[in-house]
Design a protein around this ligand. Structure first.
Ligand code: FPP
Length: 225
């Protein structure tokens, strides 16, 4: 679907790291850090809209995150249900929400039905919005995405090349990433958008995700503009 933005609208992608450490420094349980991380994402979406960013993609849950303790996984799943439930806010901001990740019917997929339902409903209920596109990576891994895309390109008979792989990614409409952000002092890409971020500038910051604010976003954007 077209957006109100020209083709060169910026694509910012965020690896939202450091929720657990943010909480630990305050003597709070890790889950409180994730809760604050979700609140901060909601704040950041508003700021990104004001900055005229075209595409904001965030790493909500990786294929590896299933290995975390069950109560923590349950809490993070609940936060995704909450985030995808923010339809009124997204509509007020003219933001269209998308999801990128392992297809729900793939053999390895483990996404519970209530999260699937929340994702599907939010996508449908915001489909008419023409402003920023917020894409949440959930049960996402870049290598799995590439393996699936190469297999699909090969079996479609198009041959394996840059165009055919691009057409078979989980979300082919996602444009190249301009700036990849990683918070909390880690300087790794961690299997996030390996194809889409091939040419991205990278902004590393010591700030934990719950503290990633307007000034931090502007510092990241300075790398792209
Ligand atoms: C990293 O913190 C963050 C995650 C594992 C992903 C969960 C992200 C959120 C809950 C914030 C956004 C919310 C949604 C619903 C998309 P960490 O636990 O790795 O922190 P640590 O490295 O300090 O332990």
């Amino acid at each position: 679907m077209p957006t109100d933005f020209p083709d060169h609208a910026l694509h910012v992608a965020c690896i939202m790291d450091g929720n657990g450490r943010w909480a630990g420094r305050r003597g709070l349980p890790r889950t409180e850090g994730h809760t604050e991380g979700e609140e901060n994402l909601a704040r950041l979406v508003r700021i990104a809209v004001r900055r005229n960013i075209g595409w904001l993609t965030v790493f909500g849950f990786s294929t590896e995150n299933w290995q975390r303790p069950r109560p923590e996984v349950r809490h993070i799943l609940g936060l995704h249900e909450k985030l995808f439930g923010r339809v009124a806010e997204l509509n007020e901001l003219n933001v269209r929400i998308q999801w990128i990740g392992r297809p729900f019917d793939s053999p390895m997929a483990r996404t519970p039905r209530y999260v699937q339902r929340a994702i599907r409903k939010a996508i449908t209920d915001t489909a008419g919005n023409t402003g920023m596109v917020l894409t949440v990576a959930f049960d996402y891994g870049g290598r799995s995405e590439l393996v699936a895309a190469v297999e699909a390109a090969r079996s479609s008979g198009e041959g394996v090349n840059v165009e055919s792989i691009g057409e078979h990614l989980y979300l082919p409409e996602l444009p190249p990433v301009d700036v990849l952000v990683r918070t909390s002092g880690e300087q790794r890409v961690s299997n996030f958008l390996l194809w889409q971020a091939a040419g991205a500038a990278i902004y590393f910051t010591d700030a934990a995700w719950p503290d990633f604010d307007e000034a931090e976003l502007d510092a990241a954007l300075a790398l792209a503009r």
